[in-house]
Write a protein that binds this ligand. Structure first.
Ligand code: SIN
Ligand code: FE
Length: 298
């Protein structure tokens, strides 16, 4: 039996955008993004200076950390191995954040006033090496939708902008899966219950930063069920795609199943978006799961 195949048209919308400021002159991409498509920007590179290129070295991320991350609102920079690198890495991530903000203004203007909690990351590890040294739960080469174990989102959307900055010209290879309603129908019957008391206790013990809602508990279970299901991993509907060096892509990573198969060196920007900020809230994982559950999940 072969894996069910999706086409590029099923999972992507290609944009000619080649500037972080100017968009592509073809209007907002919100409606396709909300349907779970990856907005693929083959010509949108993030230029690095020669000095910045020297930062692309796995030794510069703290051992055992997956990424270097930056919160542009409070200046918190984590995961840098050597203190001497901090100013240059902070400057790079701050510049990247501002570029992503202008990209949102150009391609997703409806979201500007709703996006919050920005964090961006510099990803230095080769995907393959990171994968070998981790448990199945942390293995992002298995198809999954994103759900944060310690940071409940209570239905809010996880918007991510990725840019392949590999200086040797290597692609980042992803597998992209089926649309969320189909995915949810597949996995919802396997998901277990929710205990408000357990969520309260996990918060009290500092396991989570706030109390997990029923929605968060279901999304975490779905993340785990997807990653553990060998049959789904191998035979589920999917498309393999190579994002070349010098390209960018945008998706709701809580909605679009994805798996990173190969590549090294990437910049990534995350924001949260309240469901009320969407043009079509009914496409959100929250509303899809609530329809299956027949009740509110918050
Ligand atoms: C992920 O979000 O699962 C990883 C994506 C990547 O590093 O390419
Ligand atoms: Fe992910």
């Amino acid at each position: 039996m072969r894996a069910g195949v999706l086409t590029m048209e099923n999972v992507m919308r290609v944009s000619a955008c080649s500037s972080w400021q100017a968009g592509d002159g073809a209007g907002s991409k919100v409606s396709e993004l909300e349907r779970g498509k990856v907005i693929y920007l083959p010509h949108l590179a993030f230029g690095l200076s020669d000095k910045e290129i020297t930062l692309l070295d796995v030794k510069r991320v703290e051992p055992k950390r997956k990424n270097i991350s930056y919160n542009p609102q409070n200046g918190r920079l984590t995961g840098v191995a050597w203190a001497a690198d901090r100013p240059a890495i902070e400057a790079l991530l701050a510049r990247h954040y501002h570029a992503c903000k202008t990209l949102v203004a150009a391609l997703l203007p409806e979201y500007q006033r709703f996006l919050h909690s920005p964090v961006n990351t510099l990803r230095l590890h080769p995907v393959t090496v990171w994968r070998k040294s981790n448990s199945w739960r942390k293995d992002d080469s298995r198809l999954h939708v994103d759900a944060f174990p310690s940071r409940p989102v209570c239905g809010e959307r996880i918007l991510r902008i990725f840019t392949n900055i590999n200086p040797q010209g290597n692609s980042r290879e992803w597998r992209i899966g089926e649309d969320f309603p189909r995915l949810a129908q597949r996995f919802y019957p396997e998901l277990g219950g929710y205990s408000k008391f357990t969520s309260w206790l996990q918060n009290l013990l500092g396991i989570t930063k706030s109390q997990r809602s029923h929605y968060d508990a279901l999304m975490l279970q779905m993340h785990d069920k997807m990653k553990r299901d060998e049959r789904y991993q191998q035979l589920g509907l999917q498309l393999s795609f190579q994002f070349p060096a010098g390209s960018s892509w945008i998706c709701f990573s809580d909605q679009t199943p994805h798996a990173a198969m190969a590549g090294q060196f990437m910049l990534e920007q995350t924001w949260l978006l309240p469901v009320q900020g969407m043009q079509r809230p009914e496409y959100s994982p929250l509303k899809v799961l609530e329809a299956l559950a027949g009740k509110t999940l918050l």
